[in-house]
Ligand binder design. Structure first.
Ligand code: NAP
Length: 360
C-alpha cells in the first residue's frame, strides 16, 4: 500500500488532536498539512496548541514545527499538497457545508466528522462494518459536484456508535421493529475536560443540543440503501432516544430496549454479536478491531472507565442482555466517543476508502 499524504482541517481541536495521535506512525497515512482558524494560522502547531492540548498522550513531536494553515483561505494550497483531508471544525453548519464542498471541488476528498453533510442525499454516512457499500454513491456525488477526485464522506454521530452496531447483526434475520436508547455521554463529546467543565462534577445534565434528533434519525440513513443518485433512508426500526451528559471523561454508554418481528432467543442474540464482522475485518484494515462486538458476562460491565479502550477504543462493549417487560430485550452498550465515535471512526472510514481506491 502506498502512503497517502493527509491534511487535518481543525487540527488544533479536540477531534483534530485525536487525528494527530492516531495518524502518527499510521502505516498508510502521513500527515503533511495541518489547518485551523485564522487564530492559529501562521503559528507552529506547537504554539497553536499551547495550553489547549486536551489529550493524555502528548502531541507527536514530529508535528511540532509544522506551520498551521488557514482552513478557509488556503484551500487550493492545501489541496495541492495532500491526497485527502480529515475535517473536524467548530463552525456554523452552513459554513461547514460550504467549506467541505469547496475542498471537494478543489479535488481534495474530505473525510468529515462534522454533522453538516450527514443528510446530503449523495454523501455517504458510513460505519464501515455496517454500510460499507454506501461509498458507491460517491460516483453520483462527483457527477453533481463536477469533480474527478473530490468528494465528501462522513461518519455518523458518536451517540449511536454503540447501539447501532449492536442492533445491526439482528436487523435482517429477526427484524428489529423498535428501539429505545438512553445515552450517558462523556464530556469529551462536548470538546470539554473536567478542568473546562467544572459544573459537570457531581452532576447530570439532561440536555445535549440536537443529540436526540441525531440519535434517532442518523441510524435510518445508515440502514438505508442506494437508489439512483441518492441514499434513501430506512423507515424501520422506529428509534426514540434521550441523551444525558454525565461526569465521565471519555466513553458514551447507552441503555437500550428493543423489540423484534421474530423474537430471537438470548443465545441467538449472543451468537449474532459474537459472529458479527464486516468488510474492515475481511480487508484487515489497520484500525479495524479484530472482534467488533465484545459481550461481557459480568453483571457490572461494560464500564466506561474499564472498557472504553478495548481494541484501541475501536470495539463496542456490550452487557446485561436480558428479557424486558415492555420490550422484548434490554441491554447496555458502550463505545469510546472520540475514538470509534469520532477520529478513530473517521480513520477507519478513510482506510476503507483507500483500500477501495477512492483516493487514487
Ligand atoms: P473543538 O475542540 O472546538 O475544535 C474546533 C476546531 O475548529 C479547532 O481546530 C478550531 O481552530 C477550528 N475552527 C474554529 N473556527 C474555525 C474557523 N472559523 N475556520 C476554521 N477553523 C475553525 O471542536 P471538536 O470537539 O474537535 O469538534 C470538531 C467537530 O467534530 C465538530 O463539528 C463536532 O460536532 C464534531 N465531533 C466532535 C466529537 C467529539 O467527541 N468531540 C465527536 C464527533 C463529532 P482554532 O483552534 O484555531 O480555533
Amino acid at each position: 500500500m502506498k502512503k497517502y499524504k493527509v491534511g487535518i482541517i481543525g487540527a488544533t481541536g479536540m477531534v483534530g488532536q485525536r487525528f494527530c495521535l492516531l495518524l502518527d506512525k499510521h502505516p498508510w497515512f502521513e500527515i503533511v498539512c495541518l489547518a485551523a482558524s485564522p487564530r492559529s494560522a501562521g503559528k507552529t502547531f506547537k504554539e497553536a496548541v499551547a495550553g489547549k492540548w486536551k489529550l493524555a498522550d502528548p502531541m507527536p513531536e514530529d508535528l511540532a514545527d509544522i506551520v498551521v494553515m488557514n482552513a478557509t483561505d488556503d484551500i487550493e494550497k492545501i489541496a495541492s499538497q495532500v491526497d485527502f483531508c480529515f475535517c473536524a471544525v467548530d463552525m456554523k453548519k452552513d459554513e461547514i457545508r460550504a467549506l467541505e464542498e469547496r475542498y471537494a471541488k478543489a479535488e481534495c476528498p474530505i473525510v468529515s466528522n462534522n454533522s453538516a453533510h450527514r443528510f446530503t442525499p449523495d454523501v455517504p454516512m458510513v460505519i464501515p462494518e455496517i454500510n460499507p457499500d454506501h461509498i458507491e454513491i460517491i460516483a453520483a456525488q462527483r457527477k453533481r459536484l463536477g469533480t474527478k477526485r473530490g468528494f465528501i464522506a462522513v461518519k455518523s454521530n458518536c451517540s449511536l456508535q454503540s447501539y447501532v452496531p449492536a442492533l445491526a447483526p439482528l436487523m435482517e434475520k429477526y427484524k428489529v421493529t423498535k428501539a429505545l436508547a438512553c445515552t450517558y455521554q462523556a464530556i469529551s463529546g462536548a470538546g470539554r475536560t473536567f478542568e473546562t467543565f467544572p459544573e459537570i462534577l457531581d452532576n447530570v445534565i439532561p440536555y445535549i443540543g440536537g443529540e436526540e434528533e441525531k440519535s434517532e434519525k442518523e441510524p435510518m440513513k445508515i440502514w438505508g440503501h442506494i437508489q439512483g443518485d441518492q441514499i434513501v433512508n430506512a423507515t424501520e426500526p422506529v428509534i426514540t432516544a434521550q441523551c444525558l451528559r454525565v461526569p465521565v471523561s471519555d466513553g458514551h454508554t447507552a441503555a437500550v430496549f428493543c423489540s423484534f418481528e421474530k423474537k430471537p432467543s438470548k443465545e441467538e442474540i449472543l451468537e449474532a454479536w459474537k459472529n458479527f464482522s464486516g468488510v474492515p475485518q475481511e480487508l484487515g484494515l489497520p484500525s479495524a478491531p479484530k472482534q467488533f462486538l465484545h459481550y461481557f458476562e459480568e453483571d457490572d460491565r461494560p464500564q466506561a472507565k474499564l472498557d472504553r479502550n478495548l481494541e484501541g477504543g475501536m470495539a463496542v462493549s456490550l452487557g446485561r442482555l436480558r428479557e424486558d417487560t415492555l420490550f422484548d430485550y434490554k441491554f447496555v452498550c458502550l463505545s469510546h466517543n472520540t475514538l470509534r465515535g469520532a477520529a478513530g471512526g473517521g480513520v477507519l472510514l478513510a482506510e476503507l476508502l483507500a483500500a477501495k481506491g477512492y483516493f487514487d
